[in-house]
Design a protein around this ligand. Structure first.
Ligand code: SF4
Length: 293
């Protein structure tokens, strides 16, 4: 299960490094090894595409260049810069993480897996990404792209732990930064979910699946590969985003928030969503109005 021979591993590694070295996408978080900048980018990229993170990233880093800058700022300032990225709980968690980094680590992002995992909003994937991209540790970062590529190479669906074990096995010693970035770009641009370009793939001779339309794609049943996103139009997520955008302009009464959510005829749902935003600390009540914290 989930195995490649040593010879195959070496060939996969060599072919992918050769493919990727001249093709790596130029992204702002790839121009630095500053652990804080990389942490911010990884949190932004958790549920948001590169294309949507790019226009927001520089402004956020300019305003909060160090963990202490975010830790000391009102959450509302951060939420305003987060607008458009979605899933604003991540922004609150990021600020909570900045507070812990400032208080418990002297303002330096820790380089230890357990300390990273103890930060709010940092799971195993993000912790590994920080270790690989900021500290050059020899760990594999298995995002949805890497999981898809590996399952196709092996030719069978895999559970997360198996994928992670295989991924760790193929990281070339001392080159984890390039390797992990290349793996992600390879999956994002060539071995894509819907249209893998097997006819021009440098791994075609090593790949057990190889885009064979007569066999099910192993990536589909592999844990950690992307699933279709629920519809955004009409969703709670859309309504919460509208509410946050509206109160970022000015404090509003409850009814005005409901109107901003387009839910004047569905007050029960509007109240539930506003209650969630209040419970999560993403908005607060001040003098009978709702505003950013
Ligand atoms: S041959 Fe096709 S399925 Fe296999 S790694 Fe290359 S692009 Fe992906």
């Amino acid at each position: 299960m989930g195995e490649l021979t040593q010879r195959s591993r070496d060939r996969v590694t060599g072919a992918l490094l050769a493919w990727g070295e001249s093709r790596l996408r130029d992204l702002p978080w790839r121009r630095t090894q500053d652990p804080w900048v990389i942490l911010v980018s990884e949190v932004m990229l958790q549920q948001t595409s590169v294309a949507r993170v790019l226009p927001k990233f520089d402004a956020f880093i300019d305003r909060f260049p160090r963990p202490g800058d975010l830790a000391e700022a009102p959450l509302g300032d951060a939420l305003m810069l987060w607008e458009g990225l979605g899933y604003p709980r991540r922004c609150r968690n990021l600020r909570d993480a900045a507070v812990v980094v400032q208080r418990e680590h002297g303002g330096r992002v820790p380089d230890d897996i357990d300390a990273l995992l103890a930060l709010p909003g940092i799971g195993p994937y993000t912790a590994r990404a920080i270790l690989a991209f900021a500290f050059g540790r020899n760990v594999a970062v298995v995002d949805t792209n890497a999981a898809r590529v590996l399952s196709r190479l092996v030719g069978e669906p895999m559970k997360l732990a198996v994928t992670q074990g295989l991924a760790d096995d193929v990281v070339p010693e001392g080159r984890s930064w390039e390797w992990n970035q290349i793996m992600m770009d390879f999956g994002a641009t060539l071995c894509t979910a819907r249209a893998p370009a097997c006819d021009r793939c440098p791994l075609s001779r090593l790949c057990a699946w190889g885009g064979d339309i007569n066999r099910p794609d192993p990536a589909v049943a592999t844990q950690g590969t992307s699933r279709p996103q629920p519809k955004f139009e009409g969703s709670d997520r859309q309504a919460r985003g509208r509410a946050l955008r509206a109160v970022a302009q000015q404090p509003l009464r409850d009814e005005e928030v409901f109107a901003a959510m387009n839910m004047i005829d569905d007050v029960d749902r509007a109240k539930r969503l506003l209650g969630q935003l209040l419970d999560e600390g993403l908005v607060v009540r001040v003098n009978g109005t709702v505003t950013l914290p």
